[in-house]
Design a protein around this ligand. Sequence first.
Ligand code: ATP
Ligand code: BTN
Length: 330
Amino acid sequence: MLQPTPDALLALLTRLARGEAVAADECAELLGIAVADLDDLMGVLVDYGVRRRRDGGLRIPGGLSLLDAGRIGALLAAELAAPPAVDVLGVVGSTNDIARAHIESGRTEARSILAEAQTAGRGRRGRSWSSPVAANIYVSHVDAIGGGLDDARGLSLVAGVAVAEAIDAATGVDVQLKWPNDLLVGERKLGGILVELILAGAGNAYGVLGIGINVRVPAHVGAAIDQPFIDLTEAVGSSIDRNALAAGVIVHLHRYAAAFRSRGFDEELQRRWQARDPFRDRRVVARSEQGELRGFARGIDASGALIIETSAGRVTVGAGDVSLRLEEGA
Ligand code: ATP
Ligand code: BTN
């Protein structure tokens, strides 16, 4: 199937966002293709609600809601006394890399970086994160940890609590947290969290909380994701306001980052994480390069490590390179 570049697709969707018809030659020019090739692209464009008109032009009936810095800023200002800076970008490599570059160049104030698409979205261990144009939420929230790297234990779990509660508040969807960093609905992956730590200046650590949330994964993109996944449109059964969702996620991340800075991964934060742990007391297998560990998941300890009760006793597992799965039939 012919595929437009993410930049060309975003340019076209931006032109069509207001719901007006746009002539075929202008659409083809925005896509960088010949008018005759528009037909070949319709397989991709229909996933964005684009329809071909009898005169050959294109239209998105009802329009398309793109990320809007003004709206997100207004929603944040209504909720937070001192909101973080917000950058809304188009097509980027990875929002986490942009966040890192901010800190490394001395711009360390709290900031949320959103993009419409990523061409090098990352999961853990260098896996790729599918980040199609104008479809989902990709945000990296930067904030100070309030100490050094050793004080960051539990941060990625706290980010999970923040995002799960934000989605729950915005949509009513009961989001579960699979240790260490997955957002699940049922047993399908709704999103993921990639926390990276950066040391800047006098030993101060900064956290980059990178969040991907599936809002409406285009069918042709979903076909290439190699594990069970879900998006919020399916989970809720109606369309989702990405700007309201993004603002809610940022508000929660900002508040939870402040709580973490002042209290660390305290009992209250641990309790909130445990309340969304679907694997608790179920048979699991933790796989890493060191091999496999089997037993019952018994929640987390005060450092955010997973507790597994094996036949040889209790073992704690740090996030590192570990991948957790339910045992067949558990
Ligand atoms: P782990 O249990 O170790 O967290 P994981 O398989 O979920 O394992 P991650 O590194 O957390 O691995 O996430 C990357 C994986 O997520 C990819 O290999 C792919 O299978 C899946 N994936 C990629 N993009 C998406 C997406 N938009 N929605 C859901 N899943 C995705
Ligand atoms: C995972 O499940 O392994 C984590 C996926 C994290 C994806 C988000 S999208 C925004 C930010 N930028 C990235 O490159 N990754 C994170």
